[in-house]
Design a binder for this molecule. Structure first.
Ligand code: DC
Length: 228
């Protein structure tokens, strides 16, 4: 039997990380974990409960009341996130959450909470996880690390198309400034800032189709499992 590995996919907002991660996980029959969804679910909880982000004690107490699970939806065969047993997969994609999530994700206690849960999910390997610090902090020993890039204009258009479907009132400018703001905060925070792990492979998908990027990643897996 081929031993299972851990595959990490990090990169800037809206680079197509989750698209690749989902397809890769499906192809390999691995679990897919969207780590960004965890930060979004925590943000949703904090907003609903008016948690003061500047009050470390309040944040710590709030985290004790949060439980996050990923459960596969049998109809779509996709894993969906649950916050305290409520399916929040769709609510957390809202712009209201996107506007606050980077601030929440920069908090020390939030990162501790999320990273420790993510590490537990990878204990048996056979997992594809995407995010910002997966190859650097969560799984520094992962067998395959991909760092995704794409031109800003392409990223904005992709995210706009995705968000417009749910909210036709959204503007390209709103998306553009949200992506720029998140990239800035995510790259400049003190703890586990977004950066390419030294041993990560870069994948710029500005001009690639989904199939081409999937083939690129599958080649990396093949090289590990059947070295030439
Ligand atoms: O992947 P996403 O856009 O859903 O992630 C939402 C935010 O969560 C992102 O702007 C930064 C934060 N995040 C993080 O800090 N670390 C991760 N591993 C994943 C996401």
């Amino acid at each position: 039997m081929i031993p299972k590995i851990i595959i990490t996919i990090d990169g800037y907002s809206s680079c197509g990380k989750s698209t690749l991660a989902k397809q890769l996980a499906k192809k390999l029959s691995y679990a897919y974990i969207d780590s960004g969804a965890m930060y979004r679910a925590i943000t949703l909880y904090f907003l609903r409960n008016n948690i003061n982000l500047e009050d470390e004690k309040e944040v710590k107490e709030a985290l004790k009341n949060i439980s996050i699970d990923f459960i596969v939806n049998k109809n779509s065969d996709q894993s969906e996130i649950y916050l305290n047993d409520e399916n929040v997969e769709y609510i957390i994609r809202d712009l209201v959450i996107a506007e606050k999530v980077s601030e929440v994700a920069a908090l020390k206690n939030v990162r501790k909470f999320a990273v420790s849960a993510q590490q537990k999910m990878g204990i048996n390997k056979g997992i594809v996880m995407d995010g910002r610090d997966i190859g650097t902090t969560v799984f520094p020993d992962a067998e395959i690390k991909i760092f995704m890039l794409a031109d800003e204009a392409v990223r904005v258009e992709r995210r706009f198309a995705e968000m417009y479907e749910k909210n036709p009132n959204i503007s390209l400018d709103e998306i553009k400034s949200n992506i720029a703001m998140r990239d800035y905060i995510d790259s400049n925070r003190k703890i586990s800032p977004l950066r390419k792990a030294d041993d990560a492979v870069e994948l710029d998908n500005t001009h690639l189709t989904q199939k081409e990027q999937l083939d690129f990643a599958l080649d990396l897996v093949k090289n590990i499992q059947q070295p030439a």
